[in-house]
Structure formats: structure tokens, C-alpha cells
Design a protein around this ligand. Structure first.
Ligand code: SOE
Length: 386
């Protein structure tokens, strides 16, 4: 069993989720395909990096990501930074022969994503994106049901991702509201999770027509400290929000299926509500992450007087069944990250293609660029170029 040394860049809340997965993956998936070793961690603040190394169990720390990508000890570079430096880090890591694992969205634009894809392909290294929600066993079950044709030909997909952490105007101006750091707002931050699910479950997206909307145009400046979403106290000064709070778009898949996606971080009462409903010629599927141990399934072949959605509770008989031995014991955010870590290490150890990889991320970025373009043209239908 080989060890894989991890160099993690960015020591915020996502670093905690990744580190927890590195530490615990072999406890669940044993024999593990390989052992992730928490080798080195980086943050722009050396104090935060030092603190994170102690807290999250890394042997070394640095305040320069260049130390990580050039460190001969490192096998896998894990990028948990804001979006504006994903491309530069990923390209440098690939050039140094490191496998690259990157938080979503892949980049600020499709062009950046393409450059990243070219770099990893040229270097022949593995590449994967952290769209963790597709690792929810119920979502993997939906994929299995669709792939086996159990609900027939897929006719339509509608998905949504709603949060409310930025619904208050008091919620501070973190990097997630600044175009030059994040690219887009709700679209890139959370809409991409749903686009990933749509692409994974139904197929490539051909055309989109949609809008972006910013409701709160000024927010209090974030005073200091680590990124805690909107939870930090702001000062008296405010700054301009330069990205969307919400997006809504319609789409057509290459296979002819129709769809619609909505994403908002200003949806009072919704915390991490990711849901989709898929209709096929022989049945339907509904999933809601707030009830993530469950998949709702309806078969057209059920007798007319018994037809309706039934609830399947995921557990040891489903994907990632190694996690817990009893169905409905409870899958959480951490479990999706542990499953993601397992898939990453397995792909590297067994020399398989990782998924979702930079090619899939590039296609998602093309969809995002097309939505931005459509918004600028009053919702015109735009070919994604996927
Ligand atoms: C903030 O909206 C955020 O942290 C996203 O960036 C993550 O991708 C999502 O999983 C949780 O919410």
C-alpha cells in the first residue's frame, strides 16, 4: 500500500473538510487503495498556516504555494484557495509532475479551465475536482438507476441549490462577492454543483438561456480573519458586490432532454438545499440533500392504484456502502468528502481516470460562460460549445 503525500494550499474551512477526509478515509475504506499523508499546508498568513498544520495534522507549513508545488516530497497538490489562483497553481503543479485535486469551480472562466486541462493532459498527471455532492450515496444510486435504464429515456432535469447565508445585507463582502477573485457569484459557487449533477446524471448541456441577479449591491467590508462565509462582523465601510446573488437558467441537453437550474445564496429559510427532480419515460427520481439518506423513486410500471414515490434509504447495499453498516445511519458533508478522497486516491493508485476531472470542469465552465453571455443578451439562447 503506497503513501501519497498531500500538499494542501489554502487553510480555510474547505481545508478542514479535506484534511478530515485524508485522516479518516482508510478507517472506512480498508484495505485502502493508498494512504494519504498530510505532509504540508499553506496559507497566505504564516500564522494561520502554522496553526492549521497543528490543528489539521500536517508535518510542514508555508506561506508560499510555490513551496508546495515545487516540493519533491509532494505527490498530490490540493487546491483549496479562492478561484482566482486555481489556474496558476494547477498549471505550475502539473508542470512539476504533481497530481492535482482542485476545489470547485475549476476556474474563473472557461479559457482558464482549458489552460488547466491542457497542462494536466500534457504532464500526464491525474486531475480531479471537488464536486463532493455527487458522492452522496443517494445521488450515486440515481446515477445507477438512470444508467441501467430503469426510468427509461430521460426527458427532463430540474435542479436547485438554495442557501441563505448572504440574504442579509449585514453579511460581509467576502471574496465570494468580488468578481476579480471569484469570477461569478451564486452561479460559480453553488450553481456549478447542480450543473455537475445535471451533466453527470443526464449528459452534456448544449444550450442555455438565463439570467443573473444581484439583490444587495453593497456589503460591509470584511474586517479580518479567516473566511467564514457571511458570519464575520463587518466594519462601517462598505464595498461593491460585483457578482450575482442568484441565477436561473433553462437548458437543453445534447441528448434532447430539457432542464432548468436555479441557484441562490439569498433564499431565506434554506441552508444547504440542493435538490433535483428527473423525469424519464418510465419513471421519476427526486433528491433533496437536506434528506440525503433518501432517494425518492417512482416507476411507471407500478400498478395504477399503487403508483407514487417510494423512499429508498441508502446504506451498505449502495455506493460507498463501506461508510456505515446500517442504512439511514446518516451521511453527512464529511462522508461525501471521505468518499471523494477514496475515489481520488483510488484513481491515482490504480492509474484510472479520476472523475469529475478537469475535462468535466471545463464543460461546466463553458456552461457558466454561456449563462453569463445569455444574461448580457437579455436571456438569449446561447450554445455552450460543449
Ligand atoms: C458557500 O456557498 C459554500 O461553502 C460553497 O462554496 C460550497 O461549495 C458548498 O458546498 C457549501 O457552501
Amino acid at each position: 500500500m503506497k503513501n501519497y503525500n498531500i500538499g494542501l494550499i489554502g487553510a480555510g474551512f474547505m481545508a478542514k473538510a479535506h484534511s478530515l477526509a485524508y485522516a479518516t478515509m482508510p478507517m472506512f475504506f480498508w484495505p485502502a487503495p493508498g494512504i494519504p499523508i498530510r505532509k504540508s499546508i499553506c496559507d497566505v498568513s504564516i500564522d494561520i498556516a502554522k496553526d492549521a498544520a497543528q490543528k489539521m495534522g500536517y508535518e510542514k507549513f508555508t506561506d508560499s504555494w510555490k513551496d508546495i508545488v515545487s516540493d519533491p516530497d509532494i505527490d498530490i497538490v490540493d487546491i483549496c484557495t479562492p478561484n482566482n489562483i486555481h489556474a496558476e497553481i494547477a498549471i505550475a503543479a502539473a508542470k512539476n509532475g504533481k497530481h492535482v485535486f482542485c476545489e470547485k469551480p475549476i476556474a474563473m472562466t472557461a479559457q482558464e479551465a482549458k489552460d488547466m486541462l491542457d497542462a494536466v493532459q500534457k504532464a500526464g498527471v491525474k486531475h480531479m475536482l471537488a464536486f463532493n455532492y455527487r458522492r452522496t450515496p443517494a445521488v450515486a444510486l440515481a446515477k445507477d438507476i438512470i444508467t441501467k435504464g430503469e426510468i427509461g429515456e430521460i426527458q427532463s432535469f430540474r435542479g436547485m441549490y438554495f442557501q441563505d447565508w448572504s440574504a442579509s445585507p449585514e453579511s460581509t463582502l467576502s471574496w465570494r462577492f468580488q468578481k476579480e477573485i471569484c469570477g461569478t457569484g451564486a452561479l460559480g459557487d453553488i450553481g456549478t454543483h447542480v450543473i455537475d449533477m445535471a451533466q453527470y446524471l443526464v449528459g452534456d448541456i448544449d444550450m442555455v438561456s438565463g439570467f443573473l441577479k444581484t439583490y444587495i449591491k453593497e456589503r460591509p467590508l470584511q474586517e479580518a480573519g479567516q473566511d467564514k462565509l457571511g458570519a464575520l462582523q463587518g466594519g462601517n465601510k462598505t464595498g461593491a458586490v460585483t457578482v450575482d446573488d442568484e441565477t436561473a437558467f433553462s437548458m437543453r441537453f445534447k441528448n434532447g432532454a430539457l432542464g432548468h437550474i436555479e441557484a441562490s445564496r439569498n433564499a431565506w429559510g434554506r441552508n444547504n438545499y440542493i435538490a433535483f427532480e428527473i423525469h424519464g419515460s418510465a419513471g421519476s427520481i427526486f433528491f433533496n440533500y437536506e434528506r440525503r439518506d433518501e432517494l425518492q423513486l417512482c416507476y411507471a410500471t407500478d400498478p395504477q392504484d399503487r403508483r407514487g414515490f417510494k423512499t429508498i434509504y441508502t446504506g451498505p447495499n449502495h455506493a460507498y456502502g463501506e461508510l456505515w453498516p446500517i442504512a439511514a445511519l446518516g451521511i453527512g458533508y464529511s462522508e461525501t468528502k471521505i468518499a471523494e478522497c477514496y475515489d481520488l486516491i483510488k484513481a491515482i493508485a490504480q492509474d484510472e481516470e479520476a472523475t469529475p476531472n478537469f475535462n468535466e470542469g471545463y464543460k461546466i465552465a463553458l456552461v457558466c460562460d454561456a449563462v453569463v453571455k445569455s444574461d448580457k443578451q437579455n436571456g438569449a439562447w446561447i450554445f455552450t460549445g460543449v
